[in-house]
Ligand binder design. Sequence first.
Ligand SMILES: *Cc1c(COP(=O)(O)O)cnc(C)c1O
Length: 380
Amino acid sequence: MDYKIPLFDLNFDEAEEAAVLETIRSKWISTGPKTAEFENKFGALLGAEYAVALSNCTVALHLALKLVGVMEHDEVICPSLTFVATCNAIRYLDAVPVFADIKSYSDLTIDPEDIERKITSKTKAIVVMHYGGFACDMVRIMEIAKKYELKVVEDACHGPLSEYNGKKLGTIGDIGCFSFFSNKNISTGEGGMLVTNNETYFERAKLLRSHGMTTMSFDRARGHSTAYDVVELGFNYRMDDIRAAIGLVQLDKIKMDLEKRAAIRKVYVELLKDRDDIIIPFEDYKEFSSNYIFPIVLKNSTFTKRDKVREKLAEAGVQTSIHYPAVHRFSIYRDYYSSLPLSEYICDNEITLPMYSSLSTEEIKYITNNLIKANYEYSI
Ligand SMILES: *Cc1c(COP(=O)(O)O)cnc(C)c1O
């Protein structure tokens, strides 16, 4: 189905095309100078000491947990209201995901008090996810991590350039992970980045992303080194220069794109804030956010009602989504189930409305009018 207003629209133009063409013509298309440039630029934008470009964020999360020392049978506390990759990364290491609930219907990030309740002698790390680009309570979370000597990995997929107490999301915990999947704020098709201020993690991340080999083929091709050793059981988690070239163009656009998104969020909030049947999560949020998505939550609702409202919006040509089906309810997470009432309500009653920088005020009005109408229709 072709929607009149899609959920997301790619912010690509001739600049991305030219960057790809230039890279192809350079004849170096795998990990090389463009990747290094992309890492340096991304790290500098975030104020992170080190950045390692990877094939996607799922592998960034896997590497991050491995780097901070998560091992078989260790427990890792994580949200359930996230994309499944956040939790799958824990399972890749045969560690145990322990789900914590969110703070409230209007703050959809992991609840530090629930994190603390779930800590045991086996807990090794906490993975947080900055929902929609809105920060978790990192002051409390870092305090808890310090008290119990736990590592903190930030799934910052939604939050490139989002700010928190003068820092960028992804640079507060031990390691931050980002995604450049097509529908993220920065798109390279597939792609990811791991950032850290820890040199040991950085050096080992570079080894592990390329088979545990001591040199990269780009260095060998330039004659900088001819031999290599394999010192660890690594992976092929590399990004290639074609994607990095697209990423560099996207970084040039990101500030402007995020400013437009912030303005769009304001229009949405203005149009919906007086409704007593709709919750706008993070309504009074003060920090700069990437506004990856615009979520709303229906009050006194059920998933049947929510789905009907979504259907009505689809009939009006408005594409919506759900962020997220709670991970602890998936079949493969049966063994790790715990009751998470707040996450469950959000997963049943949240609707993600269209959000992208070229969305017009007229379109936003069309979306909110249709939402208000549909929600009213099904409330009686
Ligand atoms: C997109 C996303 C991922 C996975 O990123 P990929 O680059 O697609 O592997 C992980 N966590 C969250 C919260 C995401 O939104």
